[in-house]
Each structure stands twice: as structure tokens, then as C-alpha cells.
Write a protein that binds this ligand. Structure first.
Ligand SMILES: Nc1ncnc2c1ncn2[C@@H]1O[C@H](COP(=O)(O)OP(=O)(O)OP(=O)(O)O)[C@@H](O)[C@H]1O
Ligand SMILES: [Mg+2]
Length: 311
């Protein structure tokens, strides 16, 4: 089974208006909500691509209820750790001038609830299962938490994908996940130097040092509109993006990771899974807002993806 873990989910509320005017009533033309949070995104894309996963998420209050209902509607299986505090919401005002993003403060999580996360993972995950750990941590939870979670999962002999940033990534990687999926900025903070995306050889060299140091199997390094790299100890591939209409790049990395995880779980080679990942990442930018990739777009793009071996 594939599990995803979202410790800090949120609801993205897009409010479409003409103009933001001070001291006047602004009538919204349309309001659209999307369940968000990186692990939840991964589970939704796996479902879109006809796979099955279980999304483990910390959810609270009415926003938590709404996310559950949205997942129910999409047929995404989930197991929530319910907390009293409301799950956070992002308000995105889409106006004639562009986007205003307002991020609400997230709720603090108690230590007792954090223990439930460990208990749930311990109860559900079996040898050989796949766990995708994505995103940030709620207030009150220390960055070393991912280190402890990955240690637990390694003891259970599951296969761990890890997609996080900053101190959380630096700490969690020490527990030895199997695969990481940093973007350019996350990778740069991890290796503590500037990343030059045109110098693929150096990126592969830096990636292999990280692989060796932490005992990883693969690194999926996404470079936004510049493409992506798959780095293993023995092989490295690069893919440049297709010329697709760009609508919104939000969630491209999650779509990319989801397709890769799903195809690897179906025993496809790293190269084949990498092609799917790029098709899903490219397809995700074609959709508006926080919408993820659509299956038909992924299938359309799949045959057109070009991959170059670099070593
Ligand atoms: N402008 C773009 N045009 C075409 N493809 C893109 C573009 N931006 C992203 N992609 C595709 O999506 C992949 C992932 O993008 P990116 O590196 O931005 O991920 P990310 O920063 O982790 O995204 P997020 O965390 O918001 O989901 C890229 O490797 C590429 O395949
Ligand atoms: Mg990302």
C-alpha cells in the first residue's frame, strides 16, 4: 500500500473579484475551494492516475470536515488524526491586478496528538509499504519530528519518499529516507550553495554526494520551468519541459512526485517512472489554481517527454 503523510494540511480558497477597492463592498464573482497540503495532493494525483493510496492527515474543525468531504467526493481514501483546532486556510484573491495570497495562521498541535501520528503509522504500515512524507510541520512541532518518523518507518522496513524543506529536510534526511524530491531552492538550502541549473554535471555530482552521505537510493531534483533530474548512484537522466500552456505551477512538484511513486509501485523502471513524473508535472501547470494534473493531459504528454541520459 502507498501511504501519504500530511502533517500540516490546508484549504485553498480562491475568491474571484474584479477589483480590490478600499471601504467598498466587493462582490465575489466565484469562490472555489481546493483541499491542499502536499501529501494530500500526492494522494489525489495517485487517485487521478487510477492508483490507490491512503492519505494520513492531521485535520481539525470545520475546515477539516470540508477537506474530508472533498476527499470523499474524489474517492481518495484517508485516515485522519482529528484535532480540536481548525485546519488552516489560505485565501487567494484573484483580481484584475493579479493574486493576493493571505495565509491564515495554523493551529498548534499538542504532543499527545503527535503521538497518535506515530501510533497510526506503526499500526498501518507493513514491510514493503511505501510512505510519502510531504510538506511543512504544524506550529509547536519541532523540525526533528521528521527524523523520528523516518526512523520508525525504516525500522518497519517501508520505502520512504521525503519532500520537505529547510531544517526539516536537513534533519529528516539524516534518518535515511529512500528518495527525496527537492526543488531547486530546497536543494540549494540542503547543499548550502547556489544552484546553477544549466550545469547538470555539477548537480549530479552534488546529488551523488548527498546520496552517499545519507544512504539514499534516488534524488528527484525538479527545476521548475527548466525541467528535472533523476539522480541515482549509477545513472542520471535529465528531462526538459514541453512547451505547454502555463496556467499555474502550484502543485506541479506534487503531481510529479505522485506519478513517480505510483509508477515505481507498479514496478516500472526509474526511467519509465521519471517519464510519467515529467508528464504529470508538465500537465499540472496547464490547470488553474491549486488544480493538479488531469489524467488525459498526462497520457497525451507521456509520449512526447524527452529524456537525456547524462551518466
Ligand atoms: N513553467 C513550467 N513549464 C513546464 N513544466 C513545468 C513548469 N513548472 C514546473 N514544471 C514541471 O513540474 C515539475 C516540478 O516543478 P517544480 O520544480 O516547480 O516543483 P515544486 O517547486 O516542488 O512545486 P510544488 O511544491 O509547488 O508542487 C518540473 O520539473 C517540470 O516538469
Ligand atoms: Mg515541492
Amino acid at each position: 500500500m502507498i501511504f501519504t503523510l500530511t502533517m500540516n494540511p490546508c484549504l485553498d480558497r480562491y475568491i474571484y473579484i474584479d477589483k480590490l477597492i478600499l471601504d467598498d463592498t466587493i462582490r465575489a464573482k466565484k469562490v472555489k475551494d481546493y483541499p491542499a497540503g502536499k501529501g494530500i495532493d500526492v494522494s489525489r494525483v495517485i487517485k487521478e492516475l487510477d492508483g490507490i493510496s491512503i492519505a494520513i492527515a492531521i485535520l481539525g474543525g470545520e475546515t477539516g470536515d470540508r477537506i474530508e468531504r472533498m476527499l470523499d467526493k474524489e474517492g481518495v481514501i484517508y485516515s485522519s488524526i482529528r484535532v480540536e483546532n481548525e485546519t488552516r486556510m489560505n485565501i487567494i484573491l484573484e483580481s484584475d491586478k493579479g493574486q493576493y495570497r493571505i495565509s491564515m495562521p495554523g493551529a498548534r498541535i499538542r504532543k499527545k496528538k503527535l503521538n497518535v501520528v506515530f501510533e497510526m503509522l506503526d499500526a498501518l504500515v507493513r514491510v514493503g509499504d511505501i510512505v510519502v512524507i510531504s510538506g511543512s510541520l504544524p506550529k509547536g512541532i519541532k523540525p526533528e519530528t521528521y527524523f523520528e518518523i523516518i526512523k520508525l518507518l525504516n525500522n518497519k522496513k517501508s520505502f520512504v519518499y521525503f519532500d520537505s524543506d529547510g531544517e526539516k529536510l536537513k534533519s529528516g534526511i539524516k534518518a535515511g529516507p529512500d528518495v527525496i524530491k527537492p526543488n531547486k531552492y530546497e536543494f540549494s538550502r540542503l547543499i548550502e550553495k547556489e544552484v546553477d541549473e544549466s550545469n547538470l554535471k555539477t548537480l549530479v555530482k552534488d546529488g551523488r554526494e548527498i546520496i552517499k552521505r545519507y544512504g539514499l537510493k534516488e534524488i528527484l531534483l525538479t527545476l521548475g520551468s527548466k525541467g528535472s533530474l533523476l539522480i541515482t548512484n549509477e545513472e542520471a537522466f535529465f528531462s526538459s519541459p514541453l512547451n505547454v500552456p502555463v496556467n499555474s505551477a502550484v502543485g506541479a512538484g506534487d503531481s510529479f512526485l505522485a506519478a513517480y511513486v505510483l509508477k515505481r509501485s507498479e514496478n516500472k523502471s526509474v526511467l519509465e517512472a521519471f517519464k510519467w513524473a515529467n508528464a504529470a508535472g508538465n500537465a499540472a501547470v496547464m490547470t488553474p489554481g491549486t488544480e493538479l494534473c488531469r489524467k488525459n493531459d498526462v497520457l497525451d504528454l507521456l509520449g512526447k517527454i524527452n529524456v537525456k541520459r547524462i551518466s
